[in-house]
Design a binder for this molecule. Structure first.
Ligand code: C5P
Length: 324
């Protein structure tokens, strides 16, 4: 077919939670959250590359290949149909086929280029899903003659994971429910971050479960559901004020699972940054005063990191998933 090799590409940002308040466990296995997200300009790219033949049902995806641009150990095999980018393409195409039964679509392969730490607490998998949805919708418009509506894409995003809607949206947002009921937040200024990964991952589900256990024995670990301080700091545009307002209820669980991140936090503080566990960890997000401070802190911290640890610099807020 003459469309062979045609490419549909999109990128999507990582996130940091400026505030992560975790409420009670719910019957569906999730926890109610009150969280403030900021997207940062550390991006993953997803490409859909058209291959030969067509499909009229099932999956249009022949294969997925991941190119890791960071030096961390990844426990799971990323290149399988369970990859969130693959599942996102399947979900978008199946929603299209529900509206247009029997329509023929060309098969594709997926190429993911990952700059966001894997299972690091930065929603890298969710970014891949969001980018895959945006790319898949361009592919559907080209070969199916009509794209899915924004509302339909958002609905699909929610089924793929609690952080996927925010990866579509970007910016600064208040998240409630599972973290997927989003309202854009007013914010001024730009914020310079270092992200330091200890070379390991944490399963999000395990971090939430450990927090539940720890709360059993320690009544001091109450849910922090008030985001006023972060909201005020964001409207001030003052990084020092935001640094003082950062809060993460999951931090004690991440510190217990990966004690080595305590040393990373101390290094960040010695360099004048404000460290916080990013999401469910184990990545440490370090808020700096400005670009110059972030670069100085990068070079101050980097020589002290152990083998396998990785550090990167990023700026927020960044835009959500974007067609390239
Ligand atoms: O939605 P996602 O697949 O990213 O969530 C992974 C796991 O994290 C869930 O299965 C659940 O155990 C936990 N989680 C939670 N409450 C949330 C979000 C995630 O308990 N609001």
């Amino acid at each position: 077919m003459d469309s062979f090799g045609e490419v549909f590409a999109a990128s999507a940002p990582a996130k940091v939670n400026l505030h992560l308040g975790v409420g009670e466990a719910r019957a569906d296995g999730y926890h109610d959250l009150v969280t403030v997200f900021q997207a940062v300009d550390q991006l993953d790219d997803v490409k859909l590359v058209v291959e030969a033949h067509t499909a009229t049902e099932g999956s249009v995806v022949n294969a997925i290949y991941t190119n890791l641009l960071m030096d961390i150990e990844v426990a799971e095999d990323l290149d399988t149909p369970s990859n969130l980018a693959w599942r996102a393409v399947d979900a978008a195409v199946n929603a299209f086929w529900a509206e247009h039964p029997g329509a023929a679509l060309p098969r594709i392969r997926i190429e993911v280029t990952k700059s966001i730490f894997v299972a690091g607490g930065m929603a890298g998998g969710s970014a891949d899903a969001a980018a895959a949805l945006v790319a898949a919708n361009a592919y559907l418009e080209r070969f199916g003659g009509s794209a899915l509506s924004d509302d339909r894409i958002l609905e699909i995003a929610k089924t793929l994971g609690a952080d996927v809607p925010f990866a579509l949206m970007g910016g600064n947002a208040l998240g409630t429910g599972r973290g997927d009921e989003l309202v854009e937040m007013l914010g001024r200024g730009e914020y310079w971050w270092l992200f330091i990964n200890p070379g390991t991952s944490i399963s999000t589900g395990k971090a939430f479960a450990l927090l539940d256990d720890m709360r059993h024995d320690n009544p001091a670990l109450v849910p922090h559901l008030d985001t006023t301080a972060v909201a005020q700091a964001l409207t001030s545009g003052n990084p020092a004020q935001l640094g003082a307002a950062l809060h993460n209820d999951l931090q004690p669980a991440a510190l217990k699972m990966r004690p080595q991140i305590t040393r990373i936090m101390a290094l960040a503080e010695a360099a004048g940054g404000r460290p916080i566990v990013s999401g469910s960890g184990p990545t440490i997000a370090v808020l700096c005063d400005d670009e110059q401070h972030a670069k100085r802190a990068y070079y101050a911290i980097n020589p002290h990191l152990s083998e396998g640890m990785d550090i990167l610099l990023a700026k927020g807020p960044a835009e959500g998933a974007t067609l390239l």
